[in-house]
Design a binder for this molecule. Structure first.
Ligand SMILES: C[S@@+](CC[C@H](N)C(=O)[O-])C[C@H]1O[C@@H](n2cnc3c(N)ncnc32)[C@H](O)[C@@H]1O
Length: 280
């Protein structure tokens, strides 16, 4: 008599792989999110069609290669919404919500002008724009691929008040194309090359280098450029808000000694220094 194979439980199949890669709770969460996002299925005992089963097998390979689930399902939740993402943009992080909230808290007038430097998926600019439809927001990035994703998100949220522009912010001549702002917000590339060993394989392998590491030796180069830019492009009573690395507080304090800004550090939800706030 022929052996009839047991019905494959696809959920268990993925979970088995994930349990080898992640702590138990995270593995369960990822499996749940994956089935929901990829196939619209929340039932753990479901059996996939042969086409979907082939997709699952390919994705299992991607999981085994340390690819983050956010790139596999091409979306992530940030602040209040799901953002489309792909490998040309950084995966928006929960810590960055502190930056968005700080920007929102700093809005004190009708129709403020806001600049987002290094917008990536557009997660910061679009989250602010969704709450303040009167704000006039410009969001810039050096990467055309990132700007394409940001524009897709803008369309999806039906946002009208964000203007995306391709600009290399480290090229000073590009600053002439920008006006003056009430709020300058940025989550710039800020990771030192020698911090690579502290980073996860999946980040190093899949997230864009250009979003993580500043060019050259000086890891504070974006902050310097933003501090210089704000001298002439920050309105009176305006604020600059930059995301910072929890380890860079001291170096930034030294740097700020050479400028005339009032500044403070805002901690994130984990109590770690996360946002540098400057005022004139
Ligand atoms: C840390 S990511 C932040 C992305 C997004 N704002 C977020 O918070 O998830 C930094 C962004 O800066 C952009 N970038 C890198 N160099 C740049 C430059 N010289 N001028 C403008 N943008 C730059 C990268 O393409 C990337 O999208």
């Amino acid at each position: 008599m022929k052996n009839i194979p047991d019905k494959i439980n696809h959920y268990e199949k993925l979970l088995k792989v994930l349990l080898k890669l992640y702590p138990e709770r995270e593995a369960h969460n990822i499996a749940k999110i994956y089935f929901q996002d990829r196939f619209g299925i929340s039932n753990k005992s479901v059996n996939l069609s042969s086409v979907d089963s082939a997709i699952l097998n390919l994705d299992i390979q991607r999981f085994k290669n340390n690819e983050p689930i956010q790139y596999i399902v091409e979306k992530t939740f940030f602040f209040d919404s799901f953002f489309k993402i792909n490998k040309s943009v950084l995966i928006p992080r929960p810590e960055t919500e502190t930056l968005v909230q700080s920007a929102i808290n700093s809005i004190k007038k009708y129709a403020p002008t806001i600049l987002d430097i290094g917008t990536g998926s557009g997660c910061i600019a679009l989250s602010i724009a969704a709450k303040y439809t009167d704000a006039q927001i410009t969001a810039i990035d050096i990467s055309s691929e990132a700007l394409s994703i940001a524009r897709i998100n803008k369309e999806a949220f039906n946002i009208k008040n964000v203007n995306f522009k391709k600009i290399d912010f480290l090229d000073k001549t590009s600053h002439d194309d920008l006006i003056t702002y009430d709020i300058i917000v940025s989550n710039p590339p800020y990771i030192k090359q020698d911090e690579k060993q502290l980073m996860s394989t999946s980040t190093l392998k899949y997230e864009p280098d250009i979003a993580l590491f500043p060019p050259g030796e000086d890891y504070l180069v974006f902050y310097k450029s933003i501090f210089e830019f704000a001298k002439s492009h920050l309105n009176k009573k305006g604020v600059v808000l930059c995301e910072i690395n929890e380890f860079s507080k001291k170096d930034l304090a030294k740097l700020l000694f050479h400028y005339n800004y009032k500044w403070e550090i805002i901690n994130d939800f984990q109590g770690k220094p996360r946002v540098l706030k400057l005022e004139k």
